[in-house]
Design a protein around this ligand. Structure first.
Ligand code: GDP
Ligand code: IMO
Ligand code: MG
Length: 412
């Protein structure tokens, strides 16, 4: 058989407002990777993996951890709550997944989330519906150049001088010593590995519309969630990212506040929310549900340079008579065909829909693209046409094996 020359590293990026199923897709692809490297965010993320009879929600540890012999990297672009990271390591060990400096390394340049960041987020985050994990305040300190980096945190003398929160000193000193051996120069580790043609997945947290620069500001997170964030969040050249895999759901969801043109209210919205179990993996909050928005899809393809798409949750659409795809917005008597992050415009946009027929077959046991019902294939093809990008993976359930590879040439 001819050798297949696919990309040897892939950035996996959320195309919407997060929770697209990135964790599941990364876990599925990780079997063939050597490294899985997170490049942004913190424990605002909740990446769910269902495999080997277990359901695991990861907040900080990269989604390669279910597999043996992978190096999981927490990049410089993250803000890390040391207490949460240690809890997660403990939780994984209870679930039979050994975590040690052999399979997990934390960038010495990642920033530490401190108790005061969490307190502040609880006070002010409500206005935009943050996860209250201290993310915004920790990135604020980073940008203001007063943040605490991991190499300082694990250095006793520096930590003592810099850590201002007396009542937490002993507790955090303990976290620092428990994490000391995990801390390293991840920029060097990753670049050396790339030079040696190691296979790598760059794991995005959140999604394109939550990006600090290119999202629906101010209803965004405080980090770079788009593909560009891979370079700054890990210290690699854009020339080293071979391929970008965008992850999107068959429909859209959003946790927290902010405009959502295709939001569905009423019985159909509730049905999708219930069937899709649309409740946040981090905070348990209800996720708002909407029809697939092709303007958002095209926007995500543009700003990330998406080469192919992993479309998740197609199974959730079973038993709906009609499906809708938003193909334009109506705005003050005119028609808009490109997404905009200008809130003044976006909050006054109404969706223009195209309708497609649904299907009644259960998709959750289907193993190949050909076996999908015709109407499901029509739905997928329409999305490919509108976004002008092929769908390489179709996900038909939360479990690792409920994954259909449609175009393997885009995958590692
Ligand atoms: P992430 O943040 O992008 O990793 O996504 P989350 O883990 O927060 O949310 C995705 C949810 O959908 C999780 O509960 C997954 O187990 C689940 N999921 C992923 N893919 C599928 C799918 O194809 N079908 C169904 N029914 N559930 C899925
Ligand atoms: P994953 O990686 C969905 C949302 C919050 C809030 C806004 C700002 O699991 O896809 P923050 O705490 O970051 O300051 O909150 O961003 N948000 C997410 N929504 N999935 C996520 O991550 C999210 N991370 C942050 O709900 O609206
Ligand atoms: Mg999530």
């Amino acid at each position: 058989m001819a050798k297949r020359f696919g990309p040897s590293n892939i950035a996996v990026i959320g195309m919407e407002w997060g929770d697209e199923g990135k964790g599941k897709i990364i876990d599925f692809l990780a079997e063939k990777a050597d490294f899985v490297a997170r490049f942004n965010g913190g424990n605002n993320a909740g990446h769910t993996i269902e495999a080997e009879g277990k359901k695991i929600v990861l907040h900080l540890v990269p989604s390669g951890v279910m597999h043996k012999n992978k190096l999981n990297v927490v990049g410089n672009g993250l803000v890390v709550d040391p207490k949460v990271l240690l809890q997660e390591i403990g939780f994984l060990e209870k679930n039979g997944k050994k975590v040690s400096p052999d399979n997990l390394v934390i960038s010495e340049n990642a920033h530490v989330i401190l108790p005061r960041h969490i307190e502040e987020d609880k006070k002010i985050g409500g206005k935009i519906g943050t996860t209250a994990r201290g993310i915004g305040p920790a990135y604020t300190d980073k940008a203001a150049r007063i943040g605490l980096k991991f190499y300082e945190f694990v250095d006793d003398a520096v930590f003592k001088k810099r850590f201002g929160e007396e009542e937490f000193y002993q507790e955090y000193k303990g976290y620092a010593s428990a994490l000391r051996d995990y801390v390293g120069d991840t920029t060097l580790v990753i670049n050396k590995a790339l030079d040696n043609n190691k296979k790598m997945l760059f794991e995005g947290a959140q999604g394109t519309l939550l990006d600090i620069d290119h999202g629906t500001y101010p209803f965004v997170t405080s980090s770079s969630a788009i593909a560009g964030g891979v370079c700054t969040g890990l210290g690699i050249s854009p020339k080293k990212v071979h391929s970008v895999l965008g992850v999107c759901k068959a429909y859209n969801t959003r946790v927290g506040l902010g405009p959502f043109p295709t939001e569905i209210t009423g019985a159909i919205g509730e049905k999708i929310q219930k069937t899709g179990k649309e409740f946040g993996a981090t905070t348990g909050r209800e996720r708002r549900v909407g029809w697939f928005d092709a303007l958002i899809g095209k926007y995500a393809v543009m700003v990330n340079g998406i080469d192919s798409i992993a479309l998740t949750k197609l199974d959730v659409f079973t038993a709906l008579n009609k499906l809708k795809i938003c193909v334009a917005y109506r705005h003050k008597g005119g028609i808009i065909s490109d997404f905009t992050t200008n809130m003044k415009i976006l909050q006054n946009c109404q969706p223009v829909y195209e309708e497609l027929d649904g299907w009644w077959d259960d998709l959750t046991k289907i193993k190949s693209y050909d076996k999908l019902p015709n109407n499901a294939k029509k739905y997928l093809r329409r999305i490919e046409e509108l976004l002008k990008v092929p769908i390489s993976i179709v996900s038909v359930g939360p479990k690792r094996e409920q994954t259909i590879v449609a175009r393997s040439e885009f995958l590692i």
